[in-house]
Design a protein around this ligand. Structure first.
Ligand code: AMP
Ligand code: GLY
Length: 429
């Protein structure tokens, strides 16, 4: 039985541990994990970015495979450090992680590989950047080059907003050195879809598509968050997945390999389905959160085997349940602004055969589970359709309580699953 270490402490890592445990085919550890993960795995008190401590633990425990959730340890070189100790970790090397850690790197790669993405320019000087958006006369999107926990992107409504985003990122450095360089690109319109794929060098094996809901309030209003819910698979126009694979995922993997940094792990493409076809908004170098929470419960194959196959460059056996999944995030009141933590949570046993409660931001106070983050729990349900899965998730929620709990009421309902307009221009594949 392989020994697997899951690195991270959120809902995505709980979903990874849950799926690995479901197969019954692995002995599980997590670092640092959370109280939900602790029911499935032995949690080690090591932070996700403490790479040498993680490597020592993996050596001592004879871990066969380490699966990394968050981007920070990948960008800091966890996979390289593990390889230097003869340890196997699932994810790209530090160079491969540049696809997420540097928007300039990703945009230049897309330009070279002719991958459809918004036209862009790169700036190291705030005055040049401001002059550019004043000349542009079109809505601009301002992006910090480096990692900013999903908060380094401003979709500006007008020139004033774009200029103040440039000032915040570059002059005031609200995200530190991530804003030393910025990308300014044209705003794209359309529906978004997240397409994740297992990649080993030039080989690409797409997962089921998903859609996440980033705005805090119903109807996609309110401020951006780390994600208030997700559905899988969202209704997509016919041929779009093949188009995304052939025009985006395969050329990206091929370009990385040709550049001498073959990508191994999960490549996540954030895509806008525009009237002229799918275009890339961003690449991530890891499992999405909360997309993973709806994709993995639909995987009908042993995840440990799949991950080991991908790392070794063998074709994984990806079988998908003919079902849908919906994730509703229960968040702390006030999130994504100020919120309280340490509030007791009741009703955590609300799960059933079709509903799972993943812990995203929870902690322990004595024996009690308390809130410990902005996004606290992920209620994930499966069903024959997205509306059925959504109904099951929302039926489970009233049993769960903590002070000032907030959540969206429309995930998998109403506009959130309306079929999108055909997005194929220039012919499908
Ligand atoms: P990113 O981290 O680059 O994916 O950006 C975060 C979010 O900003 C995306 O999920 C989109 O909702 C939005 N976004 C990014 N780039 C663009 C763009 N060029 N046009 C419109 N929206 C964008
Ligand atoms: N769901 C967005 C992300 O994982 O970055």
């Amino acid at each position: 039985m392989p020994k697997i270490l899951v690195v991270g402490s959120g809902g995505r890592e709980h979903a990874l541990a849950w799926q690995l445990a479901r197969d019954g085919g692995a002995q599980l550890y997590a670092a640092p994990g959370n109280p939900g993960i602790a029911s499935l795995a032995r949690c080690l008190p090591i932070e996700a970015t403490a790479i040498s401590a993680l490597a020592s633990a993996a050596e001592q425990l004879h871990i066969d495979l380490t699966v990394v959730g968050p981007e920070a340890p990948l960008a800091a070189g966890l996979v390289d450090a593990f390889a230097a100790c003869g340890l196997l970790a699932f994810g790209p090397t530090q160079r491969g992680s540049q696809l997420e850690a540097s928007k300039v790197f990703a945009k230049n790669l897309m330009r070279r590989a002719r991958i459809p993405t918004a036209p862009f320019a790169v700036f190291e000087d705030p005055a040049d950047a401001a002059a550019f958006v004043r000349r542009l006369r079109r809505p601009a999107v301002v992006k910090a080059d480096g990692l900013a926990a999903g908060k380094g992107v401003v979709v500006a409504r007008d020139t004033t907003e774009a200029v103040s985003a440039i000032d915040a990122l570059m002059a005031r450095r609200v995200h530190g050195d991530a804003g030393a360089r910025i990308v300014i690109e044209e705003k794209l319109d359309g529906e978004e879809v997240s397409v994740l794929a297992f990649v080993h060098g030039a080989h690409v094996w797409p997962l089921l598509p998903a859609r996440d809901f980033k705005r805090a309030a119903d109807g996609d209003t309110g401020p951006n968050t780390g994600g208030m819910g997700a559905v899988a698979p969202p209704p997509l126009p016919g041929g779009v997945m093949d188009q995304i694979t052939a025009q985006i995922l395969e050329p990206a993997a091929a370009a990385m390999a040709a550049d001498g940094c073959p990508f191994i792990g999960v490549l996540y493409a954030g895509i806008m389905l525009t009237p002229t076809g799918p275009q890339v908004l961003e690449f991530n170098c890891r499992f999405g959160d909360p997309e993973t929470q709806v994709i993995l419960p639909l995987l009908d194959a042993p995840l440990a085997d799949v991950l080991l196959d991908v790392v070794h460059g063998r074709e994984p056996e990806l079988r998908w349940a003919n079902q849908s999944a919906v994730c509703v995030v229960l968040a702390s009141g006030g999130y994504p602004g100020q919120f309280r933590t340490g509030l007791p949570i009741s009703g955590l046993d609300a799960g059933s055969e079709d509903v799972v409660v993943f812990h995203a931001g929870t902690g322990l106070r004595g024996a009690d589970v308390v809130t410990a983050g902005g996004r606290v729990l992920n209620i994930v349900a499966r069903g024959a359709s997205i509306p059925q899965a959504s109904d099951r998730a929302y039926t489970a929620i009233p049993g769960i309580q903590f002070d000032a709990m907030q959540y969206r009421r429309d995930i998998g309902r109403s506009a959130a699953v309306a079929p999108v307009a055909p997005a194929i221009a220039g012919g499908g594949i």
